[in-house]
Design a binder for this molecule. Structure first.
Ligand SMILES: [Zn+2]
Length: 682
């Protein structure tokens, strides 16, 4: 079922190039605006609406009023069959920013990183003379995940302790940016996150939509969309172009899914898409289109090539995927293809729906409908991601993990058991909410509460490696030695030989009294995969306890090259380096800790001693002068300071020696008596 990396790379080339399948694919328009001068290129506003169902916004939406979107729709071109590439934020945006399906850009889930070698929209426009600015509203799109490339301004600042900000905050900031006028055209991307769970709309929408808080969030966001569009149209100059697009929808209970990410039905894949710009006739289009073509459309407006632009029409087989259940739990990979009014879903077996007559996808036509050859080929050849390439970055800090968890996105990153008879995600929907809750509790370190939930998941889905490893780790952290080992044994049964299981087991041993058992496990994993951060950290700890300080130091240096150390870790590194007489390394570590801690830094005595050893006397003097008289080893500071005083030929050296002698303790009294420097003083 899984394919090798080579196969995926090859397939991804196919998919990257695969764009318009069918009779009337768009070709490069002759005499396109590429030849046009700077002045004719429009400023472009791209607004992405997180978690917004196609049926929750616009003139046909029921139970909600969205006047700002409706007003734009009246002037623009609305695509009533637009589809996200993935029902998750980062992969979906990665498609809009690269024009590629996930197999092409490599991001199948949140908390991954868009590779630097994929050209992105903002880079292309900036090279062509555009000013570029982005204002995003969720940690899922923070700079560290790779979408900031090419933006002069990338505002991902969130209120302290929060993983998201409101459309109002984001709009305020975008509007402030619009005050900077310039003759250059502008690409402005604004991302709104409000409709994402939990649904807590502000007043008056909270009261107005008391029975439908999700719609209340959409309505509140629509109000900000109106403010943003008005300001853009007033200040951005002429010509102008606007895109408003959803990144994915929300289950709201359809097909048993409350949020998004696990399934590819209309609730989460069918999204709003609205364009207003040069060459577009107002109206509606009912051809299925992929939101990845936002990329091509904006390039077209900027005069950088019209191929695949939504302005050009053309039929395509629209593809989409939801690989999270496959990558996290080993369930069936899930792919969809939409052509005309027919949507096919392949996940273990084929489902076919007429999404125009049956938008609820309640009547499966697989037995009677026949798919076109391009649709069949696209589904059959869709590249399933290689599991080994899909581990989440393990340099996420605890804070970052908690932020992702607060938005419902976290996995252990362990490679699941993949089986031919793996369950179809839709058949496992009874577990979706339980899995999300367990995942959040685990990252919040509520281990006692998560254990019964994980047991329930495993009883229902006994091959779920993610749950087995979390159960083992929860027991391990709580010191339940036997249940932890039993859960590790169970995990090893699910995926025999799994490196992930060995890793988590080694981390378990490091935590407890049997830490020496971790050493051989960790050594073997490091040989297999030299850059696995938690493994390197654990091995550094083991080496330190074994008294193998040189190796511990080397490992720690490697770890801190991969992720930023905390001040406490820098202090520990400094102490270890000092004990191993690695003076320059020790100085560097302590100075970095001092830079982070400021006045709270309590190791100036060590620094003074190190600078003295390095014969950097002026720096030694400054460090020793910072040691407070309340320091438990203050007599030592006075002694060292007197030594430095002599070496610097300070006029008050005699007084300093006298003071050190007066305040001496047992240790320094002897040192002072033996100090030859002090005998030569005038
Ligand atoms: Zn999203």
């Amino acid at each position: 079922m899984t394919r090798g990396l080579g196969a995926v790379a090859q397939k991804s080339l196919v998919l990257a190039g695969l764009s318009l399948v069918g009779a009337c694919g768009t070709a490069e328009k002759p005499g396109s605006r590429a030849a046009g001068g700077l002045a004719t290129r429009p400023s472009i506003l791209l607004v992405t609406l997180d978690t917004t169902r196609a049926d929750a916004i616009g003139p046909e939406a029921r139970g909600i009023e969205t006047p700002a979107f409706d007003a734009l729709a009246a002037r623009g071109r609305r695509f009533r069959q637009a589809y996200a590439t993935v029902p998750e934020t980062l992969p979906s945006h990665s498609s809009m920013m690269t024009g590629l399906y996930p197999a092409g850009h490599g991001v199948h889930e949140n908390a991954r990183y868009l590779s630097r070698d994929r050209p992105v929209l903002a880079e292309r426009l900036r090279e062509a003379g555009y000013r570029t600015a982005a204002f995003v509203s969720s940690f899922v799109l923070a700079r560290r995940f790779g979408l900031a490339r090419g933006f002069d301004v990338y505002d991902d600042e969130l209120p302290p302790g929060h993983a998201e900000r409101t459309a109002q905050d984001t709009t305020d900031r975008a509007l402030a940016h619009l005050d900077h006028r310039s003759p250059q055209p502008l690409l402005l991307w604004v991302h709104y996150f409000d409709p994402h769970a939990p649904y807590t709309p502000p007043e008056p929408f909270r009261r107005r939509y008391a029975n439908a808080p999700y719609l209340g969030e959409v309505a509140a966001m629509d109000e900000q969309l109106g403010r943003l569009v008005r300001a853009f149209e007033e200040r951005a100059g002429e010509p102008r172009a606007i895109v408003v697009v959803g990144d994915h929808g929300e289950g709201l209970g359809d097909h048993g899914e409350s949020q998004h990410g696990n399934l590819v039905y209309q609730a989460t894949m069918h999204v709003p898409l609205l364009l207003m710009g040069p060459g577009l006739t107002p109206g509606v289009s009912d051809s299925p289109v992929s939101t990845r073509r936002v990329f091509h459309t904006i390039l077209d407006w900027a005069g950088l090539g019209a191929a695949d632009s939504l302005g050009g029409g053309g039929q395509e087989v629209v593809l989409g995927e939801a690989m999270k259940p496959f990558l996290s739990y080993g369930w069936q990979p899930q792919v969809m293809a939409v052509e005309g009014r027919t949507k096919a879903i392949l996940a273990g077996r084929l489902e076919v729906y007429d999404v125009v007559a049956d938008s609820a996808e309640s009547r499966d036509l697989a037995a009677s409908a026949s798919l076109s050859r391009p649709a069949r080929t696209a589904l059959r050849d869709y590249p399933v991601p290689a599991l080994e390439a899909q581990r989440p970055p393990d340099d996420l800090s605890e804070e970052e993990r908690r932020k992702l968890a607060s938005l419902g996105y976290v996995s252990t990153g362990a490679q699941p058991a993949v089986r031919k008879d793996a369950p179809r995600p839709v058949d496992m929907r009874r577990l979706f909410d339980l899995l999300d809750t367990a995942s959040t509790l685990f990252v919040e370190e509520k281990y006692a509460r998560v254990i019964p939930l994980l047991e329930k998941i495993l009883a229902d889905d006994p091959h779920n490696l993610d749950a087995a490893l979390r159960l083992a780790t929860a027991h391990s952290v709580l010191g339940h030695e036997e249940p932890a080992l039993a859960a590790f044994a169970k995990a090893a049964d699910i995926v025999p030989g799994s490196q992930d299981v060995r890793t988590y087991l080694a981390l378990h041993y490091v935590r407890g009294r049997q830490w020496e058992k971790a050493a051989p496990l960790l050594e073997r994993i490091v040989t297999e995969e030299p850059d696995r951060l938690p493994v390197l950290e654990a091995l550094a700890q083991v080496r330190e306890r074994q008294g193998r300080l040189e190796e511990a130091l080397t490992l720690r240096q490697k770890v801190y090259g991969m992720r930023a150390p905390t001040a406490a870790e820098l202090v520990r590194l400094g102490e270890m380096a000092m004990n191993s007489e690695r003076t320059p390394l020790a100085i560097e570590a302590f100075e970095k800790a001092r830079g982070q801690q400021g006045n709270a830094f309590a190791h100036d005595l060590e620094l003074g001693v190190l600078y003295l050893a390095a014969r950097r006397f002026a720096e030694a003097r400054d460090a020793l002068d910072r040691v407070p008289s309340s320091h438990p080893e203050y007599p030592m500071a006075l002694f060292k300071r007197a030594q430095v005083s002599v070496l610097l030929h300070e006029p008050d050296q005699a007084a300093r020696i006298e003071r050190a002698t007066e305040r001496a303790d047992a240790t320094t009294r002897e040192l002072i008596a033996r100090e030859r420097l002090f005998r030569q003083t005038p």
